[in-house]
Design a protein around this ligand. Structure first.
Ligand code: PRX
Length: 643
């Protein structure tokens, strides 16, 4: 097999070793983009022409754009300049005005087994009604709305209603604590919060409304809270401020007709907070035009989405994976999506496989941590079920170890389903390095950059690494789905992503990677102080600042330690204040404190009380040394160590 490289030369994509999974001839013949490899070369030869064609094909525009790409303000790129559109219109209205009107848009199953279906028409009506409720609360174009809910259709309805009226959503994952929620509400300056009484998880309820109340107390700006009733648990409703979703939706103001707000392609679409190298989470901003084009194109080509597929992206809508591939792209493409509320192993480790069988799911997209977690229960749980409806599988969030890849391929895919290992980030909007069903696979490799994406692995000086040499993963040209800025902090955007290779004008991903002799990309992991725990992205600084906010802690450092199931776990080191002595009670109290300040996902699995931390002469904590020490590895170069 050969293909065009970015400089037009043919590069061979052949087996480096015996473990290469070639696509079947039928898969290639039936693929949405059978000529994908050739398209990659064409797209790079003229990215503007390529994205122009995709923008016309994937979405409707109220007014055409005048220019595909404006790079005059780089790295603040603009795409589809002057075009007017609306993402909720493309996701719903245009299907309602077509033969898809009564096609199923969403099939939902709750953790307790309750079921709900929405046709495009029904989802459109609910979204319109809720959009009118929001308008009635004074929400308009450009206003920010924070959403803090469990994984139910109402979360999707809320997001689509916000974007329909031109407002900007900031969805905060339901696993975050009151402090994390409060700081995100404040940073986004949102007056309106949409939440629910609670969410189901492993047969218990998470008290989302209580957490919301605390967060609202800590922030000064929220004057309206809309509460969806999910678990029916007792909650406190503050008169004047809090309103029940179902009561609002029954009022005359909740009319089922709502015209979409025409949005400029570069108007803000949503903010999504993610962890970076400092304690303050950053609000990554995506905009209305390019994001739609990019997410729809990537989903269609990579997961080969056809009209009769039943697509299940098992992520949480509170993360970028859910934004792009549960909510927006599947609806833009007019497909039927499946959503499940709860945990993969509840009440038994066969829950996922039972869902696949019960609904006849054709494509499943999940994370290595879930795969490893289910693999450990053995093959029998999956073998109880008929999984023959599946034709494609996917993975995202962290490198998938070859052993988990093979299990997923053999037991879940019955050696019939190619695995799309998609590498991307909150900041990239959609898949960046990924196979499609026509690309030969290697377990553990995300394979090749997507059409129109020029990625490379380089050294510090910007020179391209040799095959099999580790280096910085960079993207050399802009793409429509790229983040446009950090909300309220453009300098941070430049500093974080565009300063490492400022001279060359490349986007630095924060990841290290290598390419093999076939040009396949192997992602190694984060180069910065970001830790991936069960696929969740956490900054060491966030956890450290939570620890030092405890009255007994003087200083703290956190490192990620590799873990078989969770990818990484957190090991924290704390220096206590004078006069405080360490005890196992204090260790427990500190862990609880992190749970309150950040959320359960950030709780360190180990916490050591220490007398000192290794630092450079300039005072930077050398986390590398702590990590080596915990793992019993050689300490390496210590010439910069102060003491
Ligand atoms: O380190 C990479 C890892 O996840 C990071 C991005 O995290 P987040 O913004 O939370 O988005 C996750 C979902 C898109 C990346 O910098 N990562 C993501 N996908 C993969 C991956 N690492 C290896 N292989 C992947 N497929």
């Amino acid at each position: 097999m050969s293909e065009q490289s970015s400089n037009g030369q043919a590069i061979e994509v052949a087996a480096a070793d015996s473990e290469l999974y070639q696509p079947s001839p039928e898969a290639v013949a039936n693929a949405v983009a059978p000529n994908y490899l050739q398209l990659r070369g064409e797209a790079l030869a003229d990215i503007e022409a390529y994205w122009d064609a995709r923008a016309r094909e994937m979405i409707d525009w109220f007014e055409p754009y005048e220019k595909v790409l404006d790079d005059s303000g780089a790295p603040f790129y603009k795409w589809f300049v002057g075009g007017k559109t609306n993402i909720a219109y493309n996701a719903l209205d245009r299907h309602v005005n077509s033969w898809r009107r009564h096609k199923l848009a969403l099939i939902f199953e709750g953790e307790e087994g309750d079921k709900q279906n929405y046709s495009y028409y029904q989802l459109w009506q609910e979204v319109n009604k809720f959009a009118n409720v929001l308008k009635g609360k004074g929400v308009g174009k450009g206003d920010t709305v924070t959403i803090y809910m469990g994984r139910t259709p109402e979360l999707m309805i809320a997001m689509l209603a916000v974007t329909k009226i031109g407002a900007v959503h900031s969805v905060v994952y339901g696993g975050f604590s009151e402090q994390a929620l409060a700081s995100r509400i404040d940073d986004a300056q949102s007056r309106v919060l949409i939440t629910s009484d609670g969410a189901w998880l492993r047969g218990k309820t998470v008290n989302l409304k209580d957490i919301s109340d605390e967060a609202v107390k800590r922030s000064s700006i929220v004057d309206t809270v809309i509460v969806y009733q999910r678990t029916m648990q007792d909650v406190q409703m503050t008169p004047g401020r809090d309103h029940w979703w179902h009561e609002e939706m029954a009022l005359p103001i909740a009319s089922p007709i709502c015209e979409p707000e025409p949005m400029d392609a570069e108007d803000p679409l949503f903010i999504l907070y993610t962890s970076g190298t400092t304690g303050r989470p950053k609000g990554v901003l995506h905009t209305c035009g390019g994001y739609q084009v990019y997410t729809a194109t990537t989903l269609k080509y990579v997961f080969d989405l056809k009209e009769d597929d039943l697509w299940w992206c098992a992520a949480d809508p509170g993360w970028i994976t859910g934004h792009s591939y549960i909510v927006y792209a599947p609806l833009i493409l007019g497909s039927t999506g499946f959503m499940y509320e709860g945990a993969p192993d509840y009440p038994h480790p066969n829950r996922y496989w039972k869902l696949v069988e019960d609904y006849g799911i054709t494509i499943l997209y999940t994370a290595p941590t879930a795969i490893r977690g289910l693999m450990r229960f053995g093959d029998a749980w999956a073998e109880q079920h008929d999984l023959s409806s599946l034709r494609l599988l996917g993975s995202v969030g962290e490198p998938i170890n070859p052993e988990a890849w093979r299990w997923y391929h053999r037991v879940i895919g019955r050696e019939n389903c190619p695995i799309m290992d998609t590498w991307w980030q909150t900041e990239t909007g959609g898949f960046m390095i990924t196979p499609t069903p026509v690309v030969a696979l290697k377990p553990g490799s995300a394979t090749l950059p997507f059409t129109g994406i020029e990625a490379d692995v380089v050294r510090e000086d910007g020179s391209t690494c040799e095959p099999n040499e580790d280096g910085y993963l960079v993207v050399k040209r802009p793409w429509p789905g790229m983040a446009r800025t950090v909300w309220g902090d453009p300098d941070r955007y430049v500093e974080q992503y565009w300063s490492e290779f400022a001279q060359q004008g490349w986007y630095f991903t924060g990841d290290s990677a290598r390419r093999d002799d076939d040009g396949y990309f192997w992602i190694i992991g984060r180069m910065d102080d970001v830790i991936k725990v069960s696929g969740y992205r956490l900054g060491t600084a966030e956890i450290e600042s939570a620890l030092v906010s405890h009255p007994d802690v003087a200083e703290a450092a956190c490192v990620g330690i590799p873990h078989e199931l969770r990818g990484n776990v957190i090991h924290a080191f704390c220096i206590l204040n004078d006069g405080v002595s360490g005890s196992s009670d204090l260790v427990d109290a500190l862990k609880l404190h992190v749970r309150h300040e950040v959320g359960p996902i950030a709780v360190p699995s180990e916490l050591s009380i220490v007398d000192g931390l290794p630092k450079t002469r300039s005072g930077k904590i050398m986390r590398r040394l702590l990590k080596a020490q915990v793992q019993g590895l050689p300490i390496g170069d210590v010439s910069t160590l102060a003491d």
